[in-house]
Design a binder for this molecule. Structure first.
Ligand code: FES
Length: 157
């Protein structure tokens, strides 16, 4: 797991963004892509850089499922919530994962080894229904595949 970024590192990372609401999302994405999550310090740095309020930046972070405020688990399963995956039985995959991992969408294990999160279509719909395990596509899933995948991630298979 990466160490929490310092204020100085965060300032440097978003230094090229200019004030304006249109830059809140790109600045937050850059931070999350670099550090894996958005810290309280990051919210303050983005607000200052874009000349807006921490409340507005925090509102953006909490509104979008894409952003997280705590470090990602070691192994993250992202479940695709897009239309092609939905049409091809994605909801059954979700239920199987939640049941086998014994956690709701958005949850993670107590030891932070694995977690389950919502993902958006990434354009690889020909492999629907799918999940991403640490960003790697695992597609054409059946319910049985999803159960085995969850067991492997948990270390019980
Ligand atoms: S809808 Fe799932 S990858 Fe496109």
């Amino acid at each position: 797991m990466k160490a929490e970024p310092t204020t100085q590192e965060l300032r440097k990372l978003v230094a090229d963004f200019r004030p304006g609401r249109g830059h809140v999302m790109p600045a937050l994405h850059r931070i999350q892509d670099t550090y894996g999550y958005i810290t309280r310090k990051a919210i303050e740095v983005v607000a200052r850089q874009l000349n807006t309020t921490p409340a507005l930046v925090y509102g953006t972070v909490s509104f979008y499922d894409d952003f997280r405020t705590e470090p990602p688990p070691e192994t993250e399963i992202k479940w695709c919530s897009g239309p092609a995956c939905h049409m091809r039985g994605g909801d059954r995959i979700r239920r199987a994962l939640e049941a086998e991992l014994n956690m709701p969408m958005g949850g993670h294990s107590d030891d932070h080894r694995y977690g389950l999160h919502l993902g958006q279509c990434n354009g690889t719909c020909h492999e629907a229904p799918q999940v991403w395990v640490n960003e790697k596509v695992v597609g054409n899933l059946s319910v049985v595949d999803a159960i085995h995948l969850a067991r492997r991630v948990k270390g019980s298979e």
